[in-house]
Design a protein. Structure first.
Length: 287
């Protein structure tokens, strides 16, 4: 992992709560009382859900734990769902993959070369194809085979690893297995998936070949939080690439993988930087 110099006085506060007058004043006032200097602030009130969302970066003279204690009464007053963290702290991340290496390789490279604020603590796969790549990056590799008969045990093993390694984020980097509803509920808001998204969408085997056969003009990818509804969780990021009749199937596969890498990397970064807040089936992304 590349060295990241963290400033323990530079904090990021995120919150959501029912929208009402006085929220911004209360937050800014408390931060000012404790020697806080706001360096970045974004907010959004959703008229549909009636919720208010806010992300604030602040340099604070008060230690994080003391500021959390001081903020608690304000949070109770406004019924806030909130968190306070150190800006840039690497989020402990477990990546799940099957045989495709492009997303895992991209995340590991970005974490090492671009200070993507994650710490890759494990790679879990139902195959062994990704073991050499994990070894190259020095990430512990766990082979957890999955069959219809062993699915329950495999998911139990995953939860064991999440607990043992203090995992905060699970990334499905082209992991070709469906997670159970129970597992999705257990890890709600902590699992990000990437999948191809065509217009129209093609499911099943060889989606790029299906797309080529239909002569699509756009290929794309969607990064989203995982829920029990397959590929229908809250969307964090999407990306597309325009194509035409001259492209072969192999071209579509290569372009599609590049789009998947880009969309997933942005989604993971924004999540790790506390820029994504859940608003029911939607997300609020403070970019």
């Amino acid at each position: 992992m590349s060295h990241v110099s963290l400033d323990p006085t530079h904090l990021v506060l995120t919150l959501s709560c029912p929208d009402r007058p006085g929220i911004v004043h209360a937050v800014a006032g408390l931060l000012a009382e404790h020697g806080g200097n706001i360096t970045e602030s974004q907010q959004f009130g959703d008229p549909l859900s009636g919720l208010f969302f806010m992300r604030v970066q602040v340099t604070a003279a008060t230690p994080r734990d003391a500021l959390e204690t001081a903020f608690a009464p304000v949070a109770r007053q406004f019924e806030m769902d909130w968190s306070l963290d150190v800006v840039g702290r690497p989020v402990r991340t477990l990546v799940m993959g099957s045989t495709a290496a492009h997303c895992l390789n991209d995340l590991a490279f970005r974490q090492r070369s671009e200070n993507l604020p994650i710490e890759l603590v494990a790679v879990v796969s139902n195959h062994t194809a990704l073991a050499p790549l994990a070894e190259f990056y020095g990430i512990p590799f766990h082979h957890v085979p999955v069959t219809s008969a062993t699915k329950v045990q495999a998911e139990a093993r995953l939860l064991e690893l999440v607990e043992e390694l203090d995992v905060e984020l699970v990334v499905l980097a082209r992991y070709m297995q469906i997670l159970s509803d129970d597992l999705c509920r257990r890890l709600a808001g902590q699992v990000i998936n990437i999948h191809h998204s065509f217009l129209p969408s093609f499911k099943g085997a060889r989606p790029y070949a299906q797309a080529h056969d239909r002569g699509v003009k756009l290929i794309g990818a969607t990064a989203h939080y995982v829920t029990g509804d397959l590929d229908e969780g809250p969307i964090i990021e999407q990306d597309v690439e325009r194509v035409d009749h001259s492209r072969h199937v192999d071209d579509l596969v290569a372009l599609g993988q590049d789009v998947e890498r880009r969309a997933l990397a942005r989604a993971v970064r924004w999540h790790a930087e506390h820029r994504v807040l859940l608003d029911g089936h939607r997300t609020i992304v403070f970019r």
